[in-house]
Write a protein of this length. Structure first.
Ligand code: HEM
Length: 515
């Protein structure tokens, strides 16, 4: 291997994070006798290998999924667990304490740095640049500091204002109804509906087709062909769905687990660069087609009918394109897997499903709020979240549980583990949507739990930009499903895997009975 080929890898550290916030050590009280970093509990270290040998076959962390890793670390080492710097990965801290998470999230809420997409940052800032196609705007997933703030201040009003998002109600309902029609059509085909009405098709692909069709309609303002019954496997729609899975898998392999990609172009690194490129090409295909159509028709579109892309195009074309590309990456597996989790939990808790159906039927005004529906989704995200937690890089020194935490540490707040602790949510393994609704004197009242044990959409100025869209999509679709079908689960409990996000594994033993 020529050294020139390796050079970009050596340079990576320079591009990953630009710290613009000043170091403020006031968070550490100098009179405190704080214990040092090395005193924080964590797996033992060996010379050269550091703590990585624990991830090798026979090691205590070998082949654990991220949720399993969280549970193991918390049970064995306690609420704060240390991983030392190694192979280009900075100091990393796993946090299982809601109060400390609150402190960190509040304190890092000026220009928060969220780690976790370093390989995508590398692709967008270095790899593409070497292919002479890079642009300076890299988007919310990968920008930090002032560039992130500028970008976010432009897209926030378009994507986060509840009033603006409400304008998409009818469109999103149209997609939900088309998906229900597709379900009914497919389920009537004997080949897809086996004994006991059990689904025999790829249920996760079906849910991804729904989520892609929905996010594309909001982001681009156009219908794709996701519900076309003759959609080929190599269609841009199905390829995009597949490449999104591949990307999240790559992020876990390169950015969460020990990997040598920063020094050497490993196979996983090469696969990741190919996936990032393909996602960009496919997203651009849909975006360019949309812009072309807009230019040809030059229709005067009412403000409430404009897509996110059209609204952003009027402000800045580069931002419009990058935001649509990111929506077609971050808005697919997230909503589809949250819905699969919610359906699984409702199928296994028939009393809650009946209560939800009754509440949905009792609403006569479409604009009326649906607190029980929201509570069902909140409870699903508590028990089956798509991410194990949130993360920030410390830009100040902290006193955390008596330990001095330096700057530049990647701190992963393990909300999935915290949200399943009895002290945070009583009877944590039980699916109880009511906990989000009951009043203060009820021991289950969610306000009695620490609010920072549960943060499915993140926190503060860096919170998920797609949150309002995701909630609208999921509430609309879940409502239509529960209105139309009684959903049951057949066979052994579902298992999950982590591949960047948490996914429910097949077989998807759902039974959908017409009502
Ligand atoms: C159930 C659905 C979803 C969940 C649970 C979810 C969760 C999250 C979380 C936890 C974060 C990190 C927030 C933080 O660091 O504080 C995030 C960021 C983000 N999400 Fe989502 N997300 C969902 C759907 C979507 C959708 C539909 C989009 C499409 C627009 C989207 C786009 C993004 C983007 C671009 C960011 C980066 C925001 C920034 O750093 O400023 N997400 N999401």
């Amino acid at each position: 291997m020529q050294t020139s080929k390796l050079r970009p890898f050596y340079q990576l550290a320079a591009v990953t994070i630009t710290r613009t916030a000043s170091i403020d050590t006031t968070v550490v009280n100098s009179t405190n006798q704080l214990k040092a970093w090395k005193d924080i509990p964590g797996p033992s270290s060996l010379p050269i290998l550091g703590q990585t040998h624990h991830f090798f076959p026979g090691g205590e962390l070998y082949s654990l999924s991220l949720p399993q890793l969280g549970e193991h670390l918390c049970n064995k080492y306690g609420p704060i667990v240390r991983f030392d710097e190694l192979w280009g990965k900075p100091l990393t801290l796993f946090l299982f304490d809601a109060e400390q998470s609150a402190k960190l999230l509040h304190s890092e809420n000026w220009l928060p740095i969220r780690p976790g997409f370093n390989s995508l940052i590398y692709y967008r800032k270095k790899y593409k640049r070497s292919n002479e196609t890079a642009c300076d705007l890299n988007g919310l997933l990968t920008d930090h500091g002032e560039p992130w703030k500028q970008f976010r201040s432009i897209v926030n009003p378009v994507l986060m204002k509840p009033k603006t998002i409400k304008l998409y109600n009818a469109m999103i309902d149209e997609v939900a109804l088309d998906m229900i029609a597709r379900f009914i059509y497919y389920f009537r085909l004997k080949s897809l509906r086996g004994n006991n009405n059990k689904i025999q098709s790829d249920f996760d692909m079906e849910m991804n087709l729904w989520s892609l069709e929905s996010i594309a309609l909001v982001a681009l303002g156009r219908r794709l062909r996701c519900f076309d019954s003759h959609l080929p496997q190599n269609s841009p729609e199905k390829r995009l769905i597949k490449v999104v899975h591949d990307i999240f898998k790559s992020v876990e392999a390169l950015d969460f687990k020990p990997s040598l990609w920063k020094y050497y172009p490993t196979k996983a690194y090469r696969r990741a660069m190919k996936s990032y490129e393909e996602q960009e090409i496919l997203a651009r295909y849909f975006i360019d087609k949309t812009i072309e159509e807009l230019n040809v028709h030059k229709r005067v579109i009412a403000e409430d009918k404009k897509s996110v892309l059209e609204k952003l195009l009027e402000i800045n074309k580069d931002i419009a394109v990058v935001m649509a590309t990111d929506a077609l990456l971050a808005g697919v597996d997230t909503t589809s897997n949250t819905i699969i989790g919610a359906l699984y939990l409702l199928a296994n808790n028939q009393d809650k499903q009946d209560a939800l159906r009754e509440k949905i039927r009792s609403v006569t005004d479409e604009n009326e709020k649906r607190p029980y529906l929201k509570a069902c989704l909140k409870e699903s995200m508590r028990m089956m979240p798509i991410t194990v937690g949130n993360a920030r890089v410390s830009t100040k020194e902290y006193d955390m549980l008596g330990y001095q935490i330096p700057t530049g540490v990647e701190i992963i707040m393990m909300h999935q583990t915290m949200a399943m602790m009895e002290k945070n949510y009583p009877r944590p393994t039980k699916y109880i949507p009511e906990r989000w609704l009951v009043n203060k004197d009820d021991p289950l009242h969610h306000g009695n739990a620490h609010p920072f044990a549960y943060q499915p959409f993140g926190f503060g100025v860096r919170t998920c930009i797609g949150r309002r869209i995701a909630e609208l999509e999921m509430e609309t679709f879940l409502k239509r499903l529960i209105e139309n079908f009684k959903i049951e689960w057949f066979g052994p409990p579902a298992t999950t895997r982590s591949a960047g996000l948490n996914y429910v594994n097949g077989p998807y033993n759902f039974i959908f009975k017409d009502l």
